[in-house]
Design a protein around this ligand. Sequence first.
Ligand SMILES: [Zn+2]
Length: 309
Amino acid sequence: MDNKIYGEVSLTCPVCSAHFTTLLPAVPLIPSARRSDLKPLFEDNIDHFASLIQTCPVCMFAAWPCSFGHHSEAVDSLIERCTSRPGDRPLPVISSVENLTVRKLGSLHLNLLRLPGAASLSETGRRCLMAARCHDAAEEVSEARDADYFLRAYWAVSGRGNPFEENTFLVLAMERFQKLAADNMLQERERTRFLYLAGELARRHGDFVSAVDALSVLDEREFDLEAPPDDPEEIFLCEQASRMLSLAAVQSAVDAKVWDFSEALLSEAAEWLEQKAAGPEDDLDADEGSDEGEERRHDAGNAGSSALN
Ligand SMILES: [Zn+2]
């Protein structure tokens, strides 16, 4: 990693009290855009956000730096910028490690290593998986939190040359968001986000039938133009769903870039609402959503993708 961007910091494990040093961002890093699955994108194409998860080398406790008591302006601002926009959710922080012991962490880690396919996972993938397990062991299990860990794990490993791992986490995240989206008792705001991610991850996976099903629900949502929702997230996600639906309809799994939330995006969303009110468009433009990268299907490594459930 670039020495100028990352600096050595020492952390203390809240479970076993071991001290260790690690590299964390030392200068403010700002994502310049987002991918259509809401992954923050940085100009140097490195997922700096994913590099934040830390693992204690002694007991294998894994969590975001704040769970190790670490706060710095650079890290805090990176977290803030990557978790506070429409469609994002706050970082899951382990508030108490009372339920965690070195012995328990050891057995969690051993179980993880024994999973079929675990040997093919990168260090980053294993860290994300271990962090999700630690969180579930420390606090009441939350399916929504779990889904976000897997989504972030997928972001962290995507584009790093390991299609098996990328597909594994894509499927794990997709299945979780599909299950969450099927819950009709949810508040509309949460359901909108789950539906969007369920549909968009299915599209990236090449499961276009599921993608169209989920994204259509959002595309067809009616808004009262006289009293649009105060929270821009719903409009943003419905607008994006409409764009991604055009791609899913022509069976395209391309990466699509979304410019970060801004005034321009707000006015784009307002325009989209007006167009919607004016009536359905005749043709679907497959190129909408400024394609980035080559079309990719996630065929590689389909087998075994459910092994880490
Ligand atoms: Zn430890």
